[in-house]
Design a protein around this ligand. Structure first.
Ligand code: EPZ
Length: 432
């Protein structure tokens, strides 16, 4: 059994015991962005020279991508939060199902493998509990660039025809601003012959981070972070050193932890414009902010209800919908939370109701009637972000809660309980 599988098996049995009514103070340190580090690591496949990625968070998803890269013959050296990746002897182009299943980011390998070797065989990333998560836009983009792509028996087999096995630049318009599809097309087109454009591109900071690293490697990308990206294909990419941006979703989770426990806290580092929609909503519900170090100090006042609708960046991020809903359960007044990105990302409602929250779901919207106080209960996180939401709710609730579903939590938060305990929380991890 792989290290990852063994670790996941143990994690699935463990749970957190979280004492409620805690107040926090001091400084919460934000790690590197999971959703940037994962794609940057696959982008290292685009060159035979070494790529050194710094500020990589310690997460089970990162271990998963490391396992996958190793099966492809990539050399990996690690020193704490730094990973050096050298794909000078890239040979294996078929990813094993048992490693790929459940790690959606492994699909990011398809673009670089096609660009570098002209072929790839990758199991379809499964849907997950939050939605079907198709990869139609990724495949549409690869076909536009000249690849043959066949999807059969749950496996995507792709190849580039012709002597040169080199993709050809194309103009691509996405049906939806998909983060993954934008990143797949970016990585496939950087070594293509000619120029490509992506319209209706995703604008997330993680997409911008990828474009920045690719340009540091010698790519010619312009417009990343806007709705139209232009990529002039080059023949070869070089190695480079690159530092991952701070994780805006972890930073947002920490800000909400301060708000829900009515604590003043400094969260650092964070880049305010990566969180402008979230900061606005926190202001609207009664929080103030002061710049502090490379981050922000949050000062919560009386928390009142606000309405949230998740949107592609720069709108309110779907990944903070569950944590923010936890905050709204004890806000004064009524709030409406509408999830527009995923078809099934309201599972935390049932868990919050177990803690006494007053929530009514109508389609993809939840109507929340604020109550004075949540009460502790045994709860389970159904996905990465709903698990984080339940940690926040438990820290504010009256009494002591137990939280299961840590396999999800550990995918996206590096040492969450350790960081929160350092600022006054009382969270213990029990392995059985
Ligand atoms: C990335 O997923 C993130 N994951 C997700 O974070 C995040 O929620 C999401 O972007 C949106 O911001 C990583 O970066 C590893 P999408 P991705 O393609 O790329 C639909 C977390 O908690 N869609 O932008 O898979 C899709 O069904 C995770 O850290 C199509 O319809 O997101 C979804 O409803 C969860 N067709 C919406 O777009 C397609 O071909 C957003 O998906 C592709 C996507």
């Amino acid at each position: 059994m792989s290290i990852l599988a063994r670790a996941s098996k143990d994690i699935a049995k463990s749970h957190l015991v979280i004492r409620g009514k805690c107040s926090l103070s001091g400084e919460l340190k934000v790690s590197g962005a999971k959703n940037s580090a994962l794609v940057l690591m696959t982008a290292a496949l685009l060159t035979e020279e070494s790529i050194r990625i710094k500020n990589v968070p310690e997460l089970t998803d990162i271990e998963g991508i490391v396992d996958i890269l190793l099966t492809m013959g990539v050399t990996i050296n690690r020193h704490s939060n730094e990973i050096q990746i050298t794909a000078d002897d890239l040979h294996h182009v078929e990813l094993p199902y048992e490693l790929v299943n459940g790690l959606r980011a492994s699909f990011f390998c398809i673009g670089p493998l096609l660009a570098r070797l002209g072929k790839a065989k990758i199991p379809l990333p499964g849907g997950c509990r939050i939605g079907a998560r198709p990869v139609v836009e990724h495949i549409k983009g690869l076909k536009a660039l000249g690849a043959f792509v066949n999807v059969e028996h749950g496996v995507v087999t792709a190849s580039v025809p012709g002597e040169s096995r080199r993709l050809k630049g194309a103009d691509i318009v996405l049906d939806c601003p998909s983060v993954g599809a934008t990143e797949t097309i970016l990585m496939a087109s950087v070594l293509a012959e000619g120029t490509s454009t992506i319209e209706n591109a995703a604008q997330e900071p993680e997409v911008q981070d990828l474009a920045k690293m690719l340009n540091k490697m010698g790519a010619q990308i312009s417009g990343a972070g806007g709705p139209k990206i232009t990529i002039k294909g080059v023949k070869k990419l070089n190695g480079c050193d690159y530092t991952v941006i701070p994780d805006r979703i972890e930073a947002g989770t920490f800000l909400i932890a301060a708000a829900i426990t009515r604590s003043s806290l400094t969260v650092t580092p964070l880049i305010p414009e990566h969180l402008s929609a979230v900061l606005q909503k926190l202001r609207d519900c009664g929080c103030k902010f002061e710049p502090d170090k490379q981050g922000l100090k949050i000062i919560p006042g009386e928390i009142t209800g606000v309405d949230i609708t998740t949107q592609p960046y720069p709108g309110f991020p779907t990944d903070l919908q569950a944590p923010f809903m936890a905050l709204l359960t004890t806000a004064k007044g009524t709030s409406i939370v509408t999830e527009k990105i995923y078809e099934n990302r309201l599972q935390h409602v049932a868990e919050l109701q177990r803690m006494g929250a007053s929530i009514r779901v109508q389609g993809n919207a939840a109507v929340i009637q604020g109550i004075p106080e949540l009460s502790a209960a045994p709860v389970t996180g159904g996905d990465l972000r709903s698990s984080a939401a339940m940690v926040l709710a438990s820290m504010a609730a009256k009494g002591t809660s137990q939280l299961r579903g840590l396999d999800h939590l550990d995918r996206g938060y590096a040492n969450l309980e350790g960081k929160l305990n350092q600022v006054g929380a009382d969270i213990k991890r029990h392995q059985r």
